[in-house]
Design a protein around this ligand. Structure first.
Ligand SMILES: Cc1ncc(COP(=O)(O)O)c(C=O)c1O
Length: 372
């Protein structure tokens, strides 16, 4: 970031550095898949073929790298494509540590595909003796914080320092946080991963993913991006850039509403437990206070009566839409156990909420009437 330029300022003008002959104030969209050589055979525009590099995607990659305090970023067709590219690049024939409650999509691909390719994986609890699981060929330590859907907090700095002391890189899936809430690279992580489908895009209308880090760290990821081919398409990159311009404003409202909802649910007689890091009772409260600038727009809560009671409750909502995913302008509610592969790791009576931009009083009234 330029001197005196705060993250909000960078994001408010995300990618608006284009200054072509028409002097656009927002970036143009480059859909061309191929770029013309000059008479001498060179590529004067710097681009050859869009799988290898595209001006719109490159603009997003530069902007996101800057926002995360990194040097390089590789953007992918989805968050899962980003996760798979990082594992392909960093873990060939080795061992990987993941949190025991890692995003179920990653758990699934590890169990169904990566094990077949010889990847050995140990699921750990980073609040326990996780270092004992490190093996001589552990190639990557994977962190996801807050976790999904139990909103557990991992101390990024402590884990990154311990891993680095053994020469092992750390990757933080920061999808729920965005650079506005936590900056994993500044805390010592080697890579930041995003599903740009969520808060970065912010409008539930695109799929995207990204890996950010130093130039050296991301070099092998670029190789997989270009030759593996799961690149982010130019229109999605353009939409992510547009989404990032309003990210700070959106996230502030979403976090404030999530906090009010968490307090409301915590005090409600029908609710057994609320998972949100601002609550003093939350096991990760102190770490979250240190490493999160806001408490986040995601929370989950548990009620008595298991799956049938939780599903029945979702049927009563008027504002919360019953859908998977998160980070959009609309509030969503999801019964996680029914979308996870068998056996589900989420409690059967748990509902996860992604808080949108509706008026918080409407959301509170909706929860109140559904729980009454
Ligand atoms: C924490 C986290 N990481 C990665 C992903 C995968 O992202 P995508 O759906 O864009 O492939 C998700 C999707 O829900 C997620 O929640």
């Amino acid at each position: 970031m330029a001197t005196g330029e705060r993250l909000e300022t960078l994001l408010a003008t995300a990618g608006c550095e284009a200054d072509g002959p028409s002097r656009d104030v927002t970036p143009p969209l480059h859909l061309s898949t191929t770029f013309e050589r000059g008479p001498d055979g060179d590529y004067p525009g710097g681009y050859v073929y869009s799988r290898e590099g595209n001006p719109t995607r490159a603009l997003l990659e530069r902007t996101l790298a800057k926002a995360e305090g990194g040097e390089a970023c590789a953007a992918f067709a989805s968050g899962m494509a980003a996760c798979n590219a990082l594992i392909t690049a960093v873990c060939p024939g080795g061992h990987l540590l993941v949190p025991h409650d890692v995003y179920h999509g990653l758990r699934h691909v590890i169990e169904t595909t990566w094990r077949e390719w010889g990847l050995r994986v140990t699921a750990v609890d980073y609040s326990g003796d996780w270092e004992e699981a490190i093996q001589p060929d552990t190639r990557l330590v994977w962190i996801e914080t807050p976790s999904n859907p139990l909103v557990q907090i991992t101390d990024i700095e402590a884990v990154s320092v311990a891993a680095r002391a053994r020469g092992i890189p750390t990757a933080v899936d920061s999808t729920w946080n965005t650079p506005l809430i936590t900056q994993p690279l500044a805390l010592g992580a080697t890579y930041v991963i995003h599903s740009a489908t969520k808060y970065l895009g912010g409008h539930s209308d695109l799929l995207g993913g990204a890996v950010v880090g130093s130039g050296t760290a991301v070099e092998s990821v670029y190789h997989v991006q270009k030759h593996g081919g799961a690149v982010m398409d130019p229109f999605s990159a353009w939409l992510v850039l547009r989404g990032m311009r309003s990210l700070p404003a959106r996230l502030r409202v979403q976090c404030a509403s999530a906090e009010a909802i968490a307090r409301f649910l915590d005090a409600h007689a029908m609710v057994q437990r609320v998972h949100y890091p601002s609550l003093e009772s939350h096991a990760g409260h102190a770490v979250a206070q240190r490493q999160m600038q806001m408490w986040g727009g995601m929370l989950s809560f548990e009620i008595d009566g298991g799956r049938s009671a939780a599903l029945a409750l979702t049927g009563k909502f008027r504002h919360f839409r019953r859908a998977t995913s998160l980070g959009g302008t609309e509030s969503l509610v999801e019964h996680r156990a029914s979308v996870e592969p068998e056996p589900p790791t989420s409690p059967e009576g748990l509902l996860r909420i992604s808080v949108g931009l509706e008026h918080v009083d409407d959301l509170l009234e909706d929860l109140g009437q559904a729980l009454s």
